[in-house]
Design a protein around this ligand. Structure first.
Ligand SMILES: *Cc1c(COP(=O)(O)O)cnc(C)c1O
Length: 367
């Protein structure tokens, strides 16, 4: 049986007519950059994430870059973040000449350990950038506390966690900015690149709106140097249509996760740990096993999709050699990168497919 890690074709088949109608409307209008579809999606995402304002941009990576630009992060500044994330988290910092300063993760949630933040704060620190990894939010209360104590801004990388909650609060609306990605494999995925910035501050939203159009306001008059990073109308039309299904899809992912949790409970593997005050959207269902590479080879042979997120922690990436980090600096992130494996958990996954995945893992673990 073939079980892909993610089956976007199955999802498309379930909403095909609606999507095509939405795309046709944009095609008929021949308005492709920003416009009414983007404005509508911005309102919907603001409402969905409990933030006052939302600004559509070209990708999740650009969302991070734009918010750091809006905070005037520049050469020599430091931004505290996690070493265990997708590369874009750190590259947004580096692109502006600033320095990513890493803090190790909590071994059970894989999110930044708030207890390690304060000792990394210097007079150059400008912001704290927690990532809500795999669909579960970072422990925001202590992060906000330490940020307020030191007058720092908090930016949430919520690319993997749209709709997730922490003590009842939605991802993206706690820090001064939240960043979402609509990369196709995210829970709310477009048909190409896309991203969104959310914030509760009117002036902060306005800065992003100006920065995403080359810093121009009014048109052709530039107070600041921005970039070209706009969400296009076709993506917005697709995303508005898909947003109506997002809650149901995330609930299906949680059901699949509960199924795995129960099935793996008597096996020698570690299932994801979700804090009791968190609701995860399970962008990934990540197992932890000592013999990860062997398990991965076994599953691939059985045509079961699985993936390592992430094989190399950020502090050990070749491009960051100059930062002077060494193996052993962040033992939890390093151990996670050796032991974690993501399994299929997409909404359309069938019970038969899940049983097959479980039986193959059981065969490997007990064999
Ligand atoms: C996907 C992702 C991004 C980048 O989003 P893109 O839309 O692919 O540019 C940033 N951070 C994290 C944690 C992500 O998972």
């Amino acid at each position: 049986m073939n079980v892909p890690l993610l089956d976007l074709k199955a999802q498309y088949a379930s909403i095909r007519e609606e999507i095509r109608a939405a795309i046709d409307e944009v095609m008929d209008s021949q308005r492709f950059i920003l416009g009414p579809e983007v404005a509508e999606l911005e309102q919907q995402i603001a409402g969905y994430s409990g933030a006052k304002y939302a600004v559509g941009v070209a990708s999740g990576s650009d969302a991070l870059l734009l918010v750091l630009m809006a905070l005037d992060v520049g050469p020599g500044d430091e931004v505290i973040t996690t070493p265990y994330s997708f590369f874009a988290t750190a590259s947004a910092i580096s692109r502006l000449g600033a320095i990513p300063v890493f803090v190790d993760i909590h071994p059970r949630t894989y999110n930044i350990d708030p207890d390690g933040i304060e000792e990394k704060i210097t007079e150059r620190t400008r912001a704290i950038l927690p990532v809500h990894l795999f669909g579960q939010m970072a422990d925001m209360d202590p992060i906000m506390e330490v940020s307020e104590k030191h007058g720092l801004k908090v930016v949430e990388d919520a690319a993997q966690s749209i709709g997730a909650t922490y003590k009842g609060k939605k991802a993206g609306a706690i820090g001064v900015f939240g960043c979402f990605s609509f990369f196709p494999s995210k829970n709310l995925g477009g048909y190409g690149d896309g991203g969104m910035v959310v914030t509760n501050k009117e002036d902060a939203a306005e800065r992003i709106r100006v920065l995403r159009v080359h810093g121009s306001k009014p048109k052709y008059y530039h107070q600041v140097v921005g970039i070209n990073s706009r969400l296009d109308a076709l993506q917005a039309a697709v995303l508005s249509t898909k947003l109506n299904y997002l809650e149901g899809w995330s609930a299906a992912r949680r059901r699949h996760a509960a199924f795995y949790d129960a099935a793996f409970s008597d096996m020698n593997v570690k299932t994801p740990y979700i804090e009791p005050f968190n609701v995860s959207i399970y962008n990934q269902y990540v197992l932890r096993v000592a013999c990860r590479d062997e398990l991965m080879a076994h599953l691939k042979k059985q045509e079961i999709g699985c993936e390592i997120y992430y094989p190399v922690p950020l502090h050990l990436q070749a491009c960051y050699q100059h930062l002077g980090y060494r193996e052993g600096d962040f033992p939890e992130a390093e151990r996670a990168s050796r032991e974690t494996l993501a399994l299929p958990v997409y909404p359309e996954l069938t019970e038969m497919q899940q049983e097959y995945v479980v039986s193959q893992i059981k065969a490997f673990v007990s064999g």
